[in-house]
Design a binder for this molecule. Structure first.
Ligand code: ZN
Length: 261
């Protein structure tokens, strides 16, 4: 992995000292929503453009991300290691900076169309970065309704996160619904969080994402099941889970205007 330091791409200094990252839960992939940088020179100029936008127009401390990645395979140091990003906000939590504090952000220098594809070099560089960061690998769109970082990255991320039992793996093609587990009232944990996040993306911020399947989550699941003519039992089984993914995908594709964050 070729890391280009801030001094090497001519970064402006941050306006003030950074807030620190908390316990790291994973890596989040973004796109810049600019036309894909086609050379190293274009990557340098695009990252500087983004930094100017964030510092001057948005009035932020610095470029929002921890790292950027170009189609060349270069990783560019932005806020760098150990510092809190400004890329994911915290809209799924009561804490305003929750997702900034717990996730490292990397931004692909490209993607002005939903179906724009990163180069193989960019994907491999992100994979290596993820190995260093550890934890989950998530698209920005898993936190809020946004097309960022595009279908190509989402597809790659889903493929990486798919867990298939060994004996099935050899026979069957990997399907994303195969990572499902039955989720119902009284359950707690990450699978509940994932469902709450998807429900919030469909019906904006109706739930607090606390990983606790209580009465409000139950009501939201039942309403969703009724809307899509599924058995309204409040249990997220394979069909409900698959429908949640499908609806979220359609919704993400419909969003053509988005903010660069
Ligand atoms: Zn984003």
């Amino acid at each position: 992995m070729k890391l280009i330091k801030r001094s090497d791409w001519g970064a402006n200094s941050p306006k003030s000292s950074y807030s620190k990252l908390g316990e790291v839960k994973g890596l989040v992939i973004h796109w810049s929503a600019y036309p894909t940088a086609m050379s190293e020179d274009e990557e340098y100029s695009q990252i500087k453009t983004i930094q100017n936008l964030h510092q001057n127009d948005r009035g932020w401390n610095d470029i929002a991300y921890n790292y950027c990645v170009g189609d060349s395979g270069n990783i560019y140091e932005a806020r760098g290691e150990g510092n809190r990003s400004a890329a994911q906000g915290g809209n799924t939590r009561q804490e305003v900076n929750y997702n900034n504090k717990h996730y490292v952000a990397v931004c692909w220098l490209g993607g002005s169309n939903p179906d724009d594809q990163p180069s193989k070099e960019a994907v491999l560089a992100v994979k290596e970065l993820w190995k260093q960061v550890g934890g989950e690998l998530r698209p920005h769109s898993s936190f809020k309704s946004t097309s960022c970082p595009g279908d190509a990255w989402r597809k790659w991320i889903d493929g990486r996160l798919t867990i298939v039992p060994k004996e099935v793996e050899t026979k069957e093609k990997v399907k994303e619904v195969s990572r499902f587990t039955l989720v119902k009232k009284g359950d707690r944990g990450q699978s509940v969080e994932e469902i709450q996040i998807m429900l919030n993306m469909i019906n904006k911020n109706q739930l607090i994402v606390d990983g606790d399947y209580g009465a409000k989550t139950l009501a939201a699941v039942v309403a969703f099941q009724k809307k899509y003519k599924l058995k309204p039992d409040g249990i997220v089984g394979q069909l409900t889970y698959a429908k949640l993914i499908e609806v979220n995908r359609k919704k993400a594709r419909k969003v053509t205007k988005y903010k660069i964050e």
